[in-house]
Every structure is written in structure tokens, then in C-alpha cells.
Design a protein around this ligand. Sequence first.
Ligand SMILES: [Zn+2]
Length: 191
Amino acid sequence: MSPATGSQSSAPLVTTKPPFGCAMLLMDLFRSYLHQHRLPVTHQREAIAMALFESEHQLSVDDLAERLRERGEHVGKATIYRTLSLLVQADLARELDFSEGFKRYEHQAGEAKHDHLICTGCGKVTRFTRQALDDLQERIAAEAGFAAQSRRLKIFGLCRECQAAAASGVAQGRREAAGAQAEAAAGGGRG
Ligand SMILES: [Zn+2]
């Protein structure tokens, strides 16, 4: 058996059009971002974000307001502006200026292959890219004759800060337990 050479490059391995799953992944990341920054996950914020995540176009605030209206969501432009600014800060959307006198926005899915480390302690999401993972993905897809569109790799665990917090809690617990044992031993020795 000869190993895959990766020469099957005629089929696009990553398309710029994310499948529906990507909008859901972006929404997960947005909720994590809001949670991490102690901001409420409101229905309006979710509706605005979803309208952008599901679109393949570069949308203005007016475009978004219209799309939301079509869905029966009545959201003020100020709220749309603020939510878009949060999405940009969260690195889930990009602001574009085509010198039209207003800004346009597009979501960040499918821009680059990247994966996520998600802290189950504090909700922090860290993006990373690793060429070796991309190479492996292409090899696996090529071997299966598969045209990959996206990948969802989420590594769940505790970030450095949460580990430190947990460790100091454990150390505190150990000290208390050790103290109790020492007392018990001392008490036992006397008896
Ligand atoms: Zn954490």
C-alpha cells in the first residue's frame, strides 16, 4: 500500500461557504464570548448574530435590520451596531469599509482553518492553528476521496488560570486534611 501523496488537489478541500453547522459553531463561540465577558445572552443579540452567521454576503446595518424584520424580529439599529461591535471584538465578524459611507460586516467562518481550546471552568475560548493538523486533515480527506468543507475540533479542559485556582483549592484541602490527620495521629498517640 502506498501512502497518499496528497496530489488530489483538484477537489477543493476547504470551501469558503460554510455549511449550516458553522453558523451553529459561531453561535456557540459568541455565547462563550458573552459568558466570558459577563454579558447577557439576549434573544436580540442571538438573532442579530445568527442573521450574520447564516449570510454569505457582506451586510450593512440596514441590510441586517431588513433581514431581521423579514424574520419578524424588530431590533433597533443601535442594538445592531452594538452587537456587531461585540462580534468584531470576539473575532467572529469582520468590519469592511468600501468607502460607501457606511460599514459592512461579514462573519469569520471559513477564513482559515483554526481550532479551539474551550475552558470548562471560565468559558474562555482560545483559537489556534496548527499546520500539522491541516496536513493531517487533507491526508485523511484525500484518502477517503472526500471534499472537506469544515472541521470542528474542540478541546475541552481547564485553562492555566482555572488550573491554578483548582490547584490552590486542592492544596488548601490537602493542608486541611493533613492538619486533621496530624491531630488525629497526635490524639491516637496519647491514647
Ligand atoms: Zn478557565
